[in-house]
Design a protein around this ligand. Structure first.
Ligand SMILES: *[C@@H]1O[C@H](CO)[C@@H](O)[C@H](O)[C@H]1NC(C)=O
Ligand SMILES: *[C@@H]1O[C@H](CO)[C@@H](O)[C@H](O)[C@H]1NC(C)=O
Ligand SMILES: *[C@@H]1O[C@H](CO)[C@@H](O)[C@H](O)[C@H]1NC(C)=O
Ligand SMILES: *[C@@H]1O[C@H](CO)[C@@H](O)[C@H](O)[C@H]1NC(C)=O
Ligand SMILES: *[C@@H]1O[C@H](CO)[C@@H](O)[C@H](O)[C@H]1NC(C)=O
Length: 276
């Protein structure tokens, strides 16, 4: 059976606070695609060379934690229920042939830019009401997944480095916004240039548009000494074999730069599921 696609691509552009993210959804119901869009005629793709796409993911991961190590009940090979918050300080890998239920209000957190939270369960992943997963990158493979109301996977402002060679963060200290899916904005007034020729950070990762998994970029500060730019958004990858039941939220926004810095650009969200 041919697999048709829905591709959504969101740009959020606000003056001074800029969130530019890749957001990608694939499902088997429609054959609309913007990936067929001709990149050569892309007006954003003008006077600079885009960097090469990010390396394939997932990277090597640590051995799987057990349900017990997270103070949970049961086993990842049957059903593991987490009833206590867990704060991680480095990469997390959870693998099993069963279900993982993160119970109501429970937070799994690794709120560091380089931290990857990887969940790989054959059965059902449930984030019950108000449960949360925080990390720089959250990579999930599950048989079925349910995000109950109020639950959230949040990588906002937790970007690690953008792909190598990319210049998503503006070079000059003029408070420009980070770039990613589109160029960052800039509020600088320059008499020698048209307003539409004044920009913040550059775009990157258009090559991996079908499988977006790159961090957003930091916005630039207004002076060298103080770091006022907002951080970029992190990355969410959600690959569900059968049904993704989505009542919660996936957030990969860039961080706010305030009045003395540019906003970070948004990160990436990829969702693939047979049914959503
Ligand atoms: C789960 O099953 C796999 C084999 O399918 C085994 O390697 C792993 O140790 C088991 N994990 C637990 C926590 O029992
Ligand atoms: C763990 O993380 C939660 C949520 O981010 C936070 O409220 C809590 O204070 C942290 N606990 C510890 C022991 O660091
Ligand atoms: C998920 O676990 C299976 C084994 O159960 C393994 O073959 C597969 O490579 C893992 N996927 C990821 C993304 O880690
Ligand atoms: C997902 O849920 C459906 C309906 O409950 C079930 O038929 C199917 O086997 C589940 N898929 C997996 C991979 O567990
Ligand atoms: C997501 O994370 C950001 C940054 O930590 C925080 O400001 C925001 O309130 C969080 N959103 C939700 C819904 O938890």
């Amino acid at each position: 059976m041919a697999v048709p696609w829905i591709h959504l691509f969101f740009f959020h552009i606000l003056v001074h606070v800029i969130f530019l993210s890749f957001f990608f959804v694939s499902a088997s119901l429609s054959d609309f695609s913007i990936v067929d869009y001709n990149l050569d005629s892309d007006p954003l793709n003008g006077d600079y060379a885009p960097p090469s796409p990010p390396p394939p993911y997932p990277p090597p991961h640590p051995p799987s934690l057990t349900c017990h190590e997270m103070r949970g009940i049961g086993s990842l090979n049957t059903t593991c229920e987490l009833n206590y918050n867990v704060n991680f300080t480095r990469d997390v890998y959870l693998e099993g042939t069963g279900n993982l239920f993160i119970l109501q209000g429970v937070v799994l957190s690794c709120p560091f830019p380089s931290c990857c939270v990887t969940i790989n369960v054959t059965g059902h992943l449930k984030l019950k009401a108000n449960a949360r997963i925080l990390g720089g990158s959250v990579y999930i493979v599950a048989g079925n997944a349910s995000l109950f109301s109020g639950s959230v996977i949040n990588v906002t402002g937790l970007a690690g480095d953008p792909p190598e060679q990319s210049t998503g963060t503006p070079k000059d200290y003029q408070g420009g916004g980070g770039g990613h899916g589109g160029r960052g904005a800039s509020c600088v007034m320059d008499n020698k240039k048209l307003p539409e020729d004044v920009w913040g950070g550059d775009t990157y990762s258009w090559e991996s548009l079908e499988h977006p998994f790159s961090h957003g970029s930091k916005g630039q500060s207004t002076n060298k000494e103080d770091d006022y730019g907002g951080n970029g958004g992190g990355r969410i990858w959600l690959e569900v074999k059968d049904i993704f039941d989505a009542w919660g939220a996936l957030l990969a926004d860039g961080g706010d730069g305030g009045i003395k810095g540019g906003g970070g650009s948004g990160g990436s969200i990829y969702i693939k599921s047979k049914k959503m």
